[in-house]
Ligand binder design. Structure first.
Ligand SMILES: [Zn+2]
Length: 343
């Protein structure tokens, strides 16, 4: 399985995020991609290639033009206003307030285009995010060229980023961008399966009215867990997308036995949809040792997850999302990929 990886991920290296009432070191940090890369090298999963540049067009197919422009200049504007420290938003729109006017000040626009205070914009955010999107797009190209699978080692991750908002450590929705690229290059239907611990609220928002791209997500119940306002079972899509969004929320403490049952439901839905390709938003924060998550999967369970994903029987692009137990992240991600390859 070819791995696509860019050194530019290092350019996203935030100093702090707001967590549990304190500014703490960022959980989403360069060491995450480093340990995954070195584990993949150690197990010999396949050649590691740099992404090819795809330019702005594939990003514009998924994201709002005003939002993309904001992301490109936000850091420069922030530094001019506040100096050289991570840019974090301080307030957001509430019911009864208005979004019709995009604020002029950088602070206003940070709130306008975001939904949390855990996602710092830094000097290198735009370059790192576009390199991650290019990695996902290069992975999609590999499927089109006939590969059975590919792994885009994207960092920063993407599944919380919507058409015109960032948050949850995500800026560009790598999985949605790859799915759209597959559609634009001949696939009649594409499925996106999100196995990250957190609901892929950005992917759901982007695909909400799409009947040609199925979104299925297994995640912690949003009644208890981030992102709180997205991911309930009764969110099924709208318009042409009605019935093409399947959320499978699971309780805190979920272990492999319960997870595997939900994964079988997801797999059956995807098979019934009969897509030409599958994009897997691969977060490993379902691991029992994850510092910000509350499922109980073990490292060996990720081998079983990979085998179950192979059982769906589709050309599959894996896109890296979350996973914050850094010491074990390489093993857990490699286990999914080897479980898939050996099935
Ligand atoms: Zn996550």
């Amino acid at each position: 399985m070819i791995v696509i990886y860019s050194e530019e991920h290092r350019l996203q290296s935030g100093r702090s995020e707001l967590n549990d009432g304190q500014l703490v070191p960022c959980y989403e940090k360069p060491e995450r991609a480093d340990i995954v890369r070195s584990r993949l090298e150690a197990v010999g999963i396949g050649p590691i290639l740099a992404p090819e540049a795809h330019g702005p067009a594939p990003l514009e197919r998924v994201h709002d033009a005003g939002y993309l422009g904001f992301l490109q200049t936000a850091w420069t504007e922030w530094v001019a206003e506040h100096g050289d420290w991570d840019a974090l938003p301080l307030n957001w729109v509430a019911p009864g307030m208005h979004r019709r006017v995009v604020p002029r000040s950088i602070d206003g626009r940070l709130g306008y285009y975001s939904f949390d205070a855990g996602t710092p914009i830094t000097a290198g955010t735009w370059r790192a995010a576009t390199a991650a999107a290019d990695s996902a797009l290069t992975g999609a190209d590999r499927l089109r060229a006939g590969d059975r699978s590919a792994f885009a080692l994207c960092r920063p991750p993407g599944h919380h980023a919507g058409r015109a908002f960032y948050g949850g450590y995500c800026f560009l929705n790598n999985a949605a961008i790859a799915a759209q690229s597959l559609r634009d290059n001949g696939a009649a239907r594409v499925a996106v399966l999100d196995v990250d611990y957190h609901h892929g609220n950005g992917t759901q928002e982007i695909l909400w009215e799409r009947g040609d791209v199925l979104f299925v997500s297994l995640h912690a119940d949003p009644a208890d867990e981030f992102p709180y306002f997205s991911g309930h079972a009764d969110e099924t899509g709208a318009g042409a997308g009605e019935g093409f969004n399947l959320n499978l929320p699971l309780p805190w403490g979920t272990d492999w036995a319960a997870y595997a049952e939900a994964l079988a439901v997801a797999a059956a839905r995807i098979r019934a949809f009969a897509p030409d390709a599958l994009v897997v938003s691969l977060g490993a924060d379902t691991y029992g040792g994850d510092p910000i998550s509350r499922f109980r999967l073990l490292s060996e369970d990720f081998l079983r997850m990979g085998a179950a994903l192979a059982g769906i029987g589709l050309p599959t692009l894996f896109v890296m999302e979350g996973g914050y137990a850094v010491a074990d992240l390489g093993v857990n991600v490699a286990n999914v990929l080897t479980g898939f390859e050996n099935a």
